[in-house]
Design a protein around this ligand. Sequence first.
Ligand code: NMX
Ligand code: MLT
Length: 429
Amino acid sequence: MEKLIEKVKRRIESLAQELEHIYNDYPEAVIGEITVKNILGGMRGMKSLVCNTSYVDPYKGLFISDLEIPDFEDKSPEEIFFLLVTGSLPSVDELNELKSEFNKRSRVPQHVWTTLKSMSQTTHPMTMFSIGILAMEGESVFKQKYARGIPKSDYWKYTLEDSLNLIAKLPELAAGIYRILFMNGELIDTSDEKLDLAGNLTYRLGFNRHNPSFADLNRLYLVLHCDHEGGNVSAFTSRVVNSALSNIYLAASAGLNGLAGPLHGLANQVCLNFITCIHDQFGNNPTVDQVRDFVTATLDAGKVIPGYGHAVLRVTDPRFTSFMKFGDAHCSDSPYLQTVKKLFQVVPDILRSYKGGKVANPWPNVDAISGSLLYHYGMTHYEFYTVMFGISRVLGFCAQNTIARGLHQPIIRPKSVTTAWLKEYLKKQ
Ligand code: NMX
Ligand code: MLT
């Protein structure tokens, strides 16, 4: 892995130099003000972190380095990880080296299966995924090295080493959970095969695997969800946990627990359930008016419309557009995709006037469409969809934390205040 390690080292050195200049030249420069609205509003819009793996432009969406989604949507997850952590796409040799490294490290230890198989069948797949990762925490090289004593300058190397070990095992772990919960626990072995991350996942899930477009969808899934800058709930959680030098297994598991919430990654599961409820009520080909009525009734019941809105984006999520392009090419007649389109026709207008125009972004996010495509290919157990999101998002956690440790970023610990303090402070203004 010398090539990858060397490139990450160079990137960290160059970022460290840039940050040192910034720190020395502008130590007291003001980036923004903190308002009461910020403190009471989930810190929305407050610039308070540095993240160089990716950036989300409110009007253009996700950028990885200077690449927008159409520039990288046809890449593999391996290429994307390389891009996230080094800032550039790999050469053919670098890519082959990374693929073979992941392949070598891909086996999940037997004790993890014993743990997962002993759990109740009612356990949510995201809980199992998080526990499966935690169960492998004993293998952390960072933890072992830290206990013996290592210089700060080596933290990133062992974070990267742990990251490679963890990412390599995710397809087998995730597919195994799918088969434990939904396929009588019969795991599919691929130890003879030289498969890449997406190929391993597709093969081990064990259905429709001879359908090349399902394999393409899995690849796209693992690419589009990989990272969304540093402030989203899951990445931020993993950054906070890793900043305490809790190893990447602990940080990834924690981040995934955030992703498992319905306002974050679980929204893809909730969206599929939402569409299923529309179909149960009106049949598989509801009219636009019926869809509109269903949306209005959902809002009247005090619920949110899953897959719509975003904390940063102010346009249709380009990840939604990318999935739509895939759907139009491969399954345009799917009733689920058709209902996604009808929702896209009615929801933005409804949300624009909802709560007196309070909804900051009435447009669809990635979760409004991703599940409908998996459903089309026969993955009908939609409780699993957030695991698919999670496999990909761990790439971002690993890249962000490797760089953060390389830059010796300190433990993340903002100051909180009491309401009494706030009242007292504001009285004096
Ligand atoms: N349906 C109904 N109400 C909404 C929606 C929606 N889709 N989106 C925002 N609002 C409401 C929101 O609940 C809030 O109401 P209140 O002040 O009464 O609590 C008001 O509009 C203002 O919220 P925003 O500032 O627009 O949104 P915020 O940044 O706080 O939250 C989300 C962003 C994504 C949490 C929010 O839009 C939402 O709940 N969407 C539905 C769930 C979803 O799709 N989540 C997935 C996000 C992407 N991901 O993968 O993580
Ligand atoms: C994500 O991919 O993390 C979501 O779109 C949420 C976010 O960016 O806040």
